[in-house]
Design a protein around this ligand. Sequence first.
Ligand code: SF4
Ligand code: SF4
Length: 455
Amino acid sequence: MAEHGREGGLDAPTRHPLNQDDPKFWDEADLNKELERVYDICHGCRRCVSLCNAFPTLFDLVDESDTMEVDGVAVADYTKVVDQCYLCDLCYLTKCPYVPPHEWNVDFPHLMLRAKAIKFKKGDTKFRDNIITSTDIVGKLASKPLINSLVNGGNKNSTMRSILDSALGVHQDAKLPEYVRKTARQINAVHIFDPAAGQQNAKVPASKQNAKGGLNKVALFTTCYCNYNEPDIAASIIKILNHNDVTVGLPAKEHCCGMPKLELGDLSTVSKLKELNIPALYDMVQQGYVIMAAVPSCVLMFKQELPLMFPDDERVTAVAKAFHDPFEFLHKLHKAGKLKTDFKKTLGNVSYHVACHQRVQNIGPKTRQILELIEDTSVKNIERCSGHDGTYGVKSETLPFANKIARPIVRQIEQQEPDYYGSDCPVAGKHIENNLETEQDTVHPIDLLRLAYGL
Ligand code: SF4
Ligand code: SF4
């Protein structure tokens, strides 16, 4: 394992583009060779054993094989490891000493993604997975009048849930989000950006929209979750930004960011969604808008995953540069002396789960730093994977693992007995809430900030 007398690389990690346009990317024999090579390195290393269920699955396969080496594992079983990976990126970011530029060139999440993409292309994907990753289509349908009551009622009905479990493979104990009738984009339609006018439709004077250079205009990508399930989060962002003299525009068009489809390996739909989203966002970037989304996975999709898939698309690069986590942006405002601290309410003790897809953005503990500007507020970070990871926390075969992964977080929250708890990832927050014995609800940190401002 030694490289020039030391273990692992000391140079800053770099990420290679995904290379999905290279025919070799889709060559299954080549994939299996690469899986064997990387599995062998992981077997010799085993640092990631506690991160998720992918590594224990791999190590069990090796340890239970005749040779107790990777060569004793049947190639057909390689996919059992792949199926347990939900692309959180934590192994790459927090553990692996062999990531590029190290000569071993281990990028475990990207290898899993390649395996998922080949599996998807072969048609080896369940009907259920195609449905539950179509967040935009499901959301549009479930927010329609009549259908909305049926979906929300059905999700709470034990008979319906039992049918859904056996027929579709959606675990009956998974807490499915409620769908709203009026989406965040409908509620905030006045803010929708008009590319022809070069500004949002809201009656905000152009002078106010164009002042202060770079920190005065935010394009809010609402996300499927906030749009169809929790529009209050989008409302909190708008209220907080307006309170700080930042105007908010919504892109003229918005579709799913593509992260659920990426996690499924459906790269052609990711490409299509990129073509639907990027032009509207790029228009706003051209007008000087910073972009923001309240779900870390969506932010990561635009900041990291799309640029790695489309490194030569200048519009993707421009959008990635403009994309911010909400607290990353608020921290910039604070550093520029433009964030108001006229808080009306203290928050006390807050247990705060740092979502994996926010950790891998490498922006530092910005949520905690902003919340701790509020008087008598102390925030305890919990840096563990919640295990929900999109669809992993709702599928019949993986919900038990997702609950197991959430346990250390749940234990910490129970010990801390906080006044509030929550996660930047609202879906992770709900998954934690579902695993807590108490009746206390999760609150998104942006809602906590709005509460403190009294807005
Ligand atoms: S990307 Fe996340 S889920 Fe996948 S193997 Fe790494 S740590 Fe596990
Ligand atoms: S991904 Fe890297 S750190 Fe994790 S087990 Fe494999 S080689 Fe070790």
